[in-house]
Design a protein around this ligand. Structure first.
Ligand SMILES: [Zn+2]
Length: 69
């Protein structure tokens, strides 16, 4: 049985200062969390509401690559 793991890399943008944070959207939800905290101004916001860019991951990415973050 083949386990299909769908993941997208995306960038969310802080609504306060415009600083971009990289997030992952998987079939389990947003990684590391749906609430992103801006590293620049410490504002917390919903990452899925402020996505500014999508980048599809290549097929050979595995879950193990996430542990390096
Ligand atoms: Zn910010």
């Amino acid at each position: 049985m083949k386990h299909v793991y769908t993941a997208y890399r995306a960038r969310s943008m802080c609504p306060v200062c415009g600083n971009e944070e990289e997030i992952f959207i998987t079939n389990n939800g947003i990684f590391p969390s749906s609430t992103s905290t801006c590293h620049n101004c410490s504002h917390s916001y919903s990452a899925n509401e402020f996505i500014c860019n999508f980048m599809e991951l290549k097929g050979n990415s595995t879950v193990s690559s996430y542990s390096t973050i």
